[in-house]
Write a protein that binds this ligand. Structure first.
Ligand code: F6P
Length: 320
């Protein structure tokens, strides 16, 4: 193996830069050249890349986002797009490609692996933490901490005004971010798509809390549960409590990665480069029960990571 490629695809996540830096330096220490394809899969469609060196990846470990840029690339989903990307890899003699992203990026890597000789290895990096085969993705810890510090501030207003806040966090169709954030801020209610919670149940909790003298409250809702504005209005109507909604939005996706996200990026990068050096492709690296492992790419794409429902029970007990 002489040349490997790296691409960041899908939504950016804090720690992607730390992963790019680590891949580049580890690969160079093993005598490999690294091409950084720019703007996600589009870089493979247009043959746009920068040659990455230990020097030009300096000063990025602490930066959020991705120096290679990223985009959602519908052209790549077409068969012609995949063929084109395979040609680009062949043209540049790229023998291994490290794809840094989430499940959508890995589905792209799987399609590409069927048309290309290049070995594919995935590094899970998404604030959603919804990748099968890893307990944690790069960027998740940062997003959790960002959301927690915002909601701690929102609680000041909730308590002062004796209001209920429904705070919407990201996570696409999954509730990993909402659940961890909700427990960490001491939310009175956590709403996740994996656990249907009826409006009457939320209203009963709010009313009971008011009866107990708990007149302020935080409801953390995953964006995947639906219209949080409508939920908030209904709570206000049926409980008489003043309700406000706050959507944390993209602020959760940016910012300097936490030490944990940086460490994970480094450990995942080391495993990814090692796999390629051992001529192993179609793998996605991950952290399982404290160990750095890898899972088959197709399995990662097909299976759904379960949400730990015991944590929902814990959240309920902590919210009394
Ligand atoms: O996958 C990361 C994520 O931030 C999700 O939480 C969110 O639903 C989505 O990306 C937003 O996507 P876009 O950046 O395309 O608006």
């Amino acid at each position: 193996m002489k040349t490997i490629g790296v691409v960041t695809s899908g939504g950016d996540a804090p720690g992607m830069n730390a992963a790019i830096r680590a891949i580049t330096r580890i690969a160079h220490s093993k005598g490999l050249e690294v091409l950084g394809f720019e703007r996600g899969w589009d870089g493979l469609l247009t043959n746009t890349y920068k040659r990455l060196t230990p020097r030009n990846v300096g000063g990025i470990i602490q930066l959020g986002g991705t120096m290679l840029h990223t985009l959602r690339c519908p052209e790549f989903e077409k068969p012609e797009g995949v063929e084109q990307a395979a040609e680009t890899l062949e043209l540049n003699d790229v023998e291994g490609l490290i794809v840094i992203g989430g499940d959508g990026s890995f589905r792209g890597a799987l399609d590409l692996s069927r048309k290309s000789e290049t070995l594919m290895v995935g590094i899970p990096a998404t604030i959603d933490n919804d990748v099968y085969g890893t307990d944690e993705t790069v960027g998740f810890d940062t997003a959790v901490n960002t959301a927690v510090s915002s909601i701690d501030k929102i609680r000041d207003t909730a308590v002062s005004h004796e209001r209920i806040f429904i705070v919407e966090v990201m996570g696409r169709k999954r509730g990993f971010l909402a659940l961890e954030v909700g427990i960490s801020v001491g939310a009175e209610v956590i709403l996740v798509p994996e656990n249907e919670c009826k409006l009457e149940e939320i209203i009963a909790i709010v009313k009971e809390n008011t009866r107990k003298g708990k007149r302020a409250g935080i409801i953390v809702a995953a964006e995947g549960v639906g219209d949080t504005g409508a939920i908030g209005q209904e709570i206000e109507k049926q409980t008489g409590s003043e309700v406000r909604r706050s959507i944390l939005g993209y602020a959760q996706r940016g910012g300097s990665p936490t030490a944990r996200s940086r460490m994970l990026a480094g450990l995942f990068a080391e495993k990814a480069v090692d796999l390629l050096c051992q001529d192993q492709g179609n793998r996605v690296v991950g952290l399982l029960h404290g160990a750095i492992i890898s899972t088959d790419l197709e399995e990662t794409c097909k299976k759904q990571k379960p949400l730990d429902m015991r944590l929902m029970k814990l959240a309920e007990m902590l919210a009394i």
